[in-house]
Design a protein around this ligand. Sequence first.
Ligand SMILES: [Zn+2]
Ligand SMILES: [Zn+2]
Length: 90
Amino acid sequence: MLLQYIYLEEGILLQGVDVMAEKELQTCVRCHYVADKEERYCIRCGAPLKNKCTKEKSLLHKGCSKVNKADAKFCSDCGTATIFSELGLI
Ligand SMILES: [Zn+2]
Ligand SMILES: [Zn+2]
């Protein structure tokens, strides 16, 4: 029982290390600041880090919050301009 417990502890520890190693990063398209994947806006220049679709919720449409590739000028789901395109970042 004790051995099994230690093994499990090691498994968790190793998994933790893997997560750290695979931590994803993203680069600001405006100033090339390297930010964590979870960050939504660049802390250096304030530019958005996620290239979101700009289609807003209206009476006729539920809106679109698709996050597109960094070089996408238009949303791959609905064809609306992306936030990077609107702000002239790409
Ligand atoms: Zn920036
Ligand atoms: Zn869209």
